[in-house]
Design a protein around this ligand. Structure first.
Ligand SMILES: *Cc1c(COP(=O)(O)O)cnc(C)c1O
Length: 436
């Protein structure tokens, strides 16, 4: 997609809004009213903020192809919004490819990144490619290339390399150096040559991990430098490299006092480390596009004075927002119930969910106003990997998600939904019995 097609890339009026939206910036009355109308736990999402984030990225990387990593927030409205802002869609599964195409995104703006792809995913994506021949697939192993060839695929194929460097806010999100991802730099030229012969070679790709911050810029720089070198080596061998995709991982400030990522600095470092290439730079931000466009609302149902902390029991937990349990992630917490009323003491509050797991905490001993039963809490930066990682563990229905204007993005699951798949099995059995 050319820069001209991206409205946000116009350098005169990017309209990218502030560099970050903090939890305190959300309007209390609006959140209160949404919780009253839709119940809790409730994800609230602001597509207008998504547009601003897209425009700031476009302004910082005016010549790059920007692909939104859909797995951060896959709601149809989000995919449409980011595509409308000129971003392509990077998909991590056949399901995400389906979502992107269902949202009306044309195949030329869809990339499927295949990581140890199950046969079902390859079957479905190759099937989709027959109707959308401009779709791009990224393969990270010679095996994957073989399996695509076996299915008759000879379309746009990008090679994921393992640059030997990674980065991230937690060891579980560092992908760049892990052997699971991509082919080693030493083996890349041979495989790229094969792809160039048998497919439409669509360039090279790597992704360091998630959470690039000022501190992690050195790793990012090194990854980009190695990709730039590989691109020049391939071109010297007569293999044109259409795209050098350096992945996502642009960090957001989860802590209230953490500075916003300086996109211009990241962009300068990226361009400098990349050096001169024939092809085009691509980036794949996910979190950066959607994190501060979402908050999670949850209501306090139990207050308990324990010796070491005040426990606020709430109706959201690790099944609603997994990041604190999985990554020890910090999310800002705001007690909306304590705002506007009488002053409350500040105490150490542990916000705990309804699941019988010690990890089921949204924060631990955080200085907050003394909570009261019925208080509405807002959890910040919940737009990325929030709803997406929600599960039905403990047979807990997944929450609803609405826009700030009260439009439903995803309806609340019900108790009937929880046992729906079991019920299907019962009806199969009945069908079998009828057949015999
Ligand atoms: C997850 C992922 C991204 C996006 O990561 P963010 O931290 O959300 O920016 C980009 N590319 C690939 C291949 C990914 O797996």
């Amino acid at each position: 997609m050319s820069t001209d097609e991206r409205p946000g890339a116009a350098s005169d009026a990017p309209d990218g809004g502030p560099a970050v939206r903090r939890l305190d910036d959300w309007d209390r009355d609006t959140l209160d009213a949404l919780a009253d109308e839709h119940g809790t736990p409730l994800y609230v999402f602001d597509p207008a903020r998504v547009r601003e984030n897209c425009r700031r990225l476009g302004a910082a990387f005016p010549d790059a192809e920007i692909q939104y990593a859909a797995k951060a927030h896959t709601a149809r409205e989000t995919l449409r919004t980011v595509h409308d802002e000129g971003l392509a869609i990077e998909c991590a599964s056949a399901g995400e490819v389906r979502r992107a195409l269902d949202a009306g995104v044309p195949g030329r703006d869809v990339t499927y990144t295949a990581v140890n792809p199950p046969a079902r995913d390859l079957d479905a994506v190759v099937e989709a490619w027959r109707n959308e021949p401009d779709l791009t697939i990224t393969a990270g192993a010679a095996d994957t290339v073989d399996r695509l060839a076996e299915r008759g695929f000879d379309g746009r194929l990008r090679l994921r390399v393992n640059p030997g460097v990674g980065a991230g806010h937690h060891e579980k999100v560092v992908t760049g150096g892990h052997p699971k991802f991509g082919v080693g730099l030493d083996r890349a030229p041979e495989l790229a040559a094969r792809i160039d012969r048998e497919f439409a070679f669509a360039g090279i790709h790597a992704h360091a991990g998630s959470g690039i911050s000022g501190d992690d810029l050195e790793n990012h720089r090194e990854l980009v430098r190695r990709l730039g070198e590989l691109a020049r080596d391939l071109e010297a061998d007569g293999i044109p490299v259409e795209t050098v995709d350096v992945g996502g991982g642009f960090g957001v400030p989860y802590r209230e006092d953490a500075p916003a990522l300086d996109l211009a600095t990241v962009a300068d470092a990226t361009r400098e480390a990349l050096g001169a290439i024939e092809g085009r730079l691509a980036i794949e931000p996910g979190r950066y596009v959607v994190a501060d466009a979402g908050v999670l609302l949850t209501r306090v149902n139990t207050v308990k004075d324990a010796p070491s902390t005040v426990v606020a029991g709430v109706d959201a937990g690790m099944t609603t927002l997994l990041r604190p349990a999985m990554y020890d992630a910090y999310h800002a917490v705001r007690d909306l119930g304590a705002e506007g009323g009488e002053n409350r003491d500040t105490v150490g509050v542990t916000v705990a969910g309804p699941v019988c797991e010690t990890a089921d905490l949204l924060c631990e001993n955080r200085p907050l106003p003394a909570p009261e039963r019925g208080d509405l809490l807002a959890i910040g930066n919940a737009g990325a990997y929030g709803y997406e990682m929600a599960s039905t563990y403990n047979s807990r229905p997944r929450p609803a998600e609405v826009t700030v204007d009260g439009e439903t993005l995803r309806r609340r699951e019900t108790l009937a939904d929880v046992s729906r798949l079991d019920a299907a099995r019962d009806s199969n059995r009945r069908n079998d019995e009828e057949d015999t």
